[in-house]
Design a protein around this ligand. Structure first.
Ligand SMILES: Cc1ncc(COP(=O)(O)O)c(C=O)c1O
Length: 404
C-alpha cells in the first residue's frame, strides 16, 4: 500500500485523533526503520520509548514466535509460566513485592490509583482517597489517568472528571506540603516528566517527597511508564534518587514491542487487592510476557544499561558543546537516553522535518522542544549523527535569518 492510499483510508475510516507524520513505515531492523519506498531512517522516536532494543530484535522475535506456537492466550483464570517468571524478575529488580499485569501505561496507572484507594478503604479503613499529582504531568488517557494528568489541554470536553485529584508544582516541595490534607492517600509522580518535555525531578525534591510520605503515611507512586526499565541508564529511574516508591508502574518497552503494562507495589500496600478486586482479560498474556523475559535477558546479557549511560552522556556533552556556540540552543536535559533539546525559537517542528528529510526520526514535543528516545543499542556513530544534523539545521536556519 502506498502513502497516498494509506492517508486516504486513514481519513475515511479512522478516528482522526492523531496528527500523523506524512510517512508510511513498512519494516524495521535494529536502529533503522524503512518507509514504503524503501528509504531508511535512523529511529530516535522508537515508537515513543517502546522499541528500546531497536526493531525486530532476534531474541525477542524468536521468543514471541516460539510462545505463539505453544500457547498464546488462556486468561488469568489459569497459571502460566512466562508471566510468573516475569513477575519474579520484575519484583526482584524493583524491590517490590507484587505485580499486576495489564496492557498499557494508562492501565498500569489506573491499577495503582485503584490499589491505593482500595487499600485505604478496605485495609486501613481511614477514608483517604485523594491523590496529589503534578502540573504538566502525563499519566494516560483513561478518564481516571486523564484526571491525574496535569495538562488541561487533554481534558477539554471530558467533564465531569473523576473527583479526588490535586495538582502541585513539580520540583516545588512547599506546593506539595500545602496540598496535603487528612484525605491524602498518595502522591503520584513521573521521576522524569516525559511528555512535558523531559524534566527530571531534583534529588532534593524527591527526598522531600519521601520525607512527606513518612511523616503523613502517604503512598508514593512512581509512574515509570516512560522513564523506567533502563531508559535513564538504570533499571528504574528512582535508583538515581535512592528513594523507593510504594508502587511503581511500567509499560512502553517492557513487552519488546507488544502491549504490556505492569503495576507493582510493596509492603502493606501490596495487600490492597483481593480476588475479584481488579482484572483485565489480556493482562500478562503468555506471548507478551515471553517477549518481556527476552527483553530483560537481552538488556542484561548485552550490558545495555552501560551503553545507555555512555551514549546519553556523549549526546548531552556534544549538544552542550554546540549550545555554547550560540546557535540557538537554550538547554539540553534528561537522563540516559531520554533527552530533550530546548531551542530558543519555535522551530522544533521544522527541525523534525529537516531530520526526516535527512533520514533521522525525532519528535517535536513542544513548539521549541525536541525529544529523542534512541534505542539502547545505538553506537557512537549514530549518536554523533544527531548532533551533526542538529548543527546543520541550526546553521542553515541562522544563515537564512541573516539573508532576510
Ligand atoms: C509517563 C507516562 N505515563 C503513562 C503513559 C500512558 O501510557 P499508554 O499510552 O501506554 O497508556 C505515558 C504515555 O506516553 C507516559 O509517558
Amino acid at each position: 500500500m502506498k502513502f497516498s492510499e494509506a492517508s486516504e483510508l486513514d481519513k475515511k475510516h479512522v478516528f482522526q485523533t492523531y496528527r500523523r507524520t506524512p510517512l508510511m513505515l513498512d519494516r524495521g531492523a535494529g536502529v533503522y526503520v524503512y518507509d514504503d519506498s524503501g528509504n531508511r531512517y535512523l529511529d530516535f522516536v522508537t515508537g515513543l520509548a517502546v522499541n528500546a532494543l531497536g526493531h525486530c530484535n532476534k531474541r525477542v522475535t524468536a521468543a514471541i514466535s516460539a510462545q505463539a506456537r505453544k500457547l498464546s492466550h488462556v486468561s488469568n483464570l489459569y497459571y502460566t509460566e512466562p508471566m510468573l517468571r516475569l513477575a519474579g524478575r520484575l519484583t526482584s529488580l524493583s524491590g517490590m513485592d507484587k505485580a499486576f499485569f495489564c496492557n498499557s501505561g494508562a492501565e498500569a496507572n489506573e491499577a495503582a490509583i485503584k490499589l491505593v484507594r482500595r487499600f485505604h478503604s478496605e485495609v486501613l479503613k481511614d477514608g483517604r482517597y485523594e491523590v496529589i499529582c503534578f502540573k504538566n504531568s502525563f499519566h494516560g488517557r483513561t478518564l481516571m489517568t486523564l484526571t491525574a494528568t496535569g495538562q488541561d489541554v487533554y481534558k477539554k470536553g471530558f467533564d465531569p472528571l473523576a473527583p479526588g485529584f490535586k495538582h502541585a508544582v513539580f520540583n516545588d516541595i512547599a506546593s506539595v506540603e500545602k496540598a496535603i490534607t487528612k484525605k491524602t492517600a498518595a502522591i503520584m509522580i513521573e521521576p522524569v516528566q516525559g511528555e512535558a518535555g523531559i524534566y527530571p525531578a531534583s534529588p532534593k525534591f524527591m527526598r522531600g517527597l519521601a520525607t512527606l510520605r513518612n511523616k503523613h503515611g502517604i503512598q508514593l507512586i512512581f509512574d515509570e511508564v516512560q522513564c523506567g526499565l533502563g531508559r535513564t541508564g538504570t533499571w528504574f529511574a528512582f535508583e538515581h534518587y535512592r528513594v523507593r516508591p510504594d508502587a511503581v508502574t511500567l509499560a512502553k518497552p517492557i513487552g519488546g514491542g507488544l502491549p504490556l503494562g505492569v503495576m507493582m507495589a510493596r509492603g502493606k500496600l501490596a495487600e490492597g487487592f483481593a480476588p475479584g478486586a481488579h482484572a483485565t482479560t489480556f493482562g500478562g498474556g503468555p506471548v507478551a510476557c515471553a517477549a518481556a523475559n527476552a527483553f530483560l535477558d537481552e538488556v542484561e546479557e548485552k550490558k545495555l544499561l552501560d551503553n545507555v549511560k555512555a551514549m546519553g552522556e556523549l549526546i548531552t556533552a556534544d549538544v552542550e558543546k554546540l549550545r555554547r556556540t550560540g546557535l540557538g540552543i537554550r538547554e539540553v536535559r534528561g537522563k540516559g537516553l531520554m533527552l530533550a533539546v530546548e531551542l530558543e525559537n519555535d522551530i522544533a517542528a521544522d527541525a523534525a522535518a529537516f531530520f526526516m528529510r535527512n533520514g533521522v526520526l525525532i519528535n517535536a514535543i513542544r513548539s521549541n522542544i525536541i525529544r529523542i528516545l534512541p534505542p539502547f543499542i545505538i553506537e557512537k556513530k549514530q549518536a554523533g549523527e544527531f548532533t551533526r544534523l542538529l548543527e546543520e539545521f541550526l546553521r542553515a536556519r541562522a544563515g537564512s535569518e541573516k539573508e532576510k
